[in-house]
Ligand binder design. Structure first.
Ligand SMILES: [Zn+2]
Length: 140
């Protein structure tokens, strides 16, 4: 049991290291999307099974990106023991590529595809669902 726990934490460490590595190698927003002045990403979470008590549902997050920020749009599942992440890179790219000026918004819902540590034996997927809102503000 002790060994298994240690194995898990080192896997988590590797994952964290990998994310940090990927983040460090991300270009700045101003070079990835020079047409953007600002990008806001709002994340709110729900439990699609309805099994978790309300207080267990993670609180929402808001991220603002300015031109010098790193264009890194992968967000960890807020469940501490879940290995899932939400990759919004393609959604951001699509929104940024939408022609037109001013602000553009996209909202959608995605399910976490990760597995929580306690569910790894059964392979049950994480019950968290993400509602996201991306607002891209173009340069005037
Ligand atoms: Zn998850």
């Amino acid at each position: 049991m002790k060994i298994a726990a240690r194995k898990n934490s080192s896997l988590d460490e590797q994952r964290r290291y990998r994310r940090q590595y990927d983040r460090d190698r991300s270009p700045a927003l101003r070079s990835a999307f020079p047409q953007l002045q600002q990008l806001n990403i709002e994340l709110s979470f729900g439990d699609r099974t309805g099994a978790a008590p309300k207080e267990v549902v993670p609180s929402s997050q808001s991220h603002a990106f300015y031109p010098p920020a790193q264009a890194f749009f992968r967000f960890r599942c807020p469940c501490a023991d879940c290995d899932g992440e939400f990759d919004l890179s393609a959604n951001v790219a699509q929104l940024a590529g939408t022609p037109g000026r001013g602000s553009r918004t996209v909202t959608a819902k995605v399910h976490c595809a990760g597995t929580r540590a306690r569910d790894r034996a059964t392979g049950t997927t994480c019950p968290i669902e993400l509602n996201y809102r991306i607002v891209a503000l173009g340069t005037p």
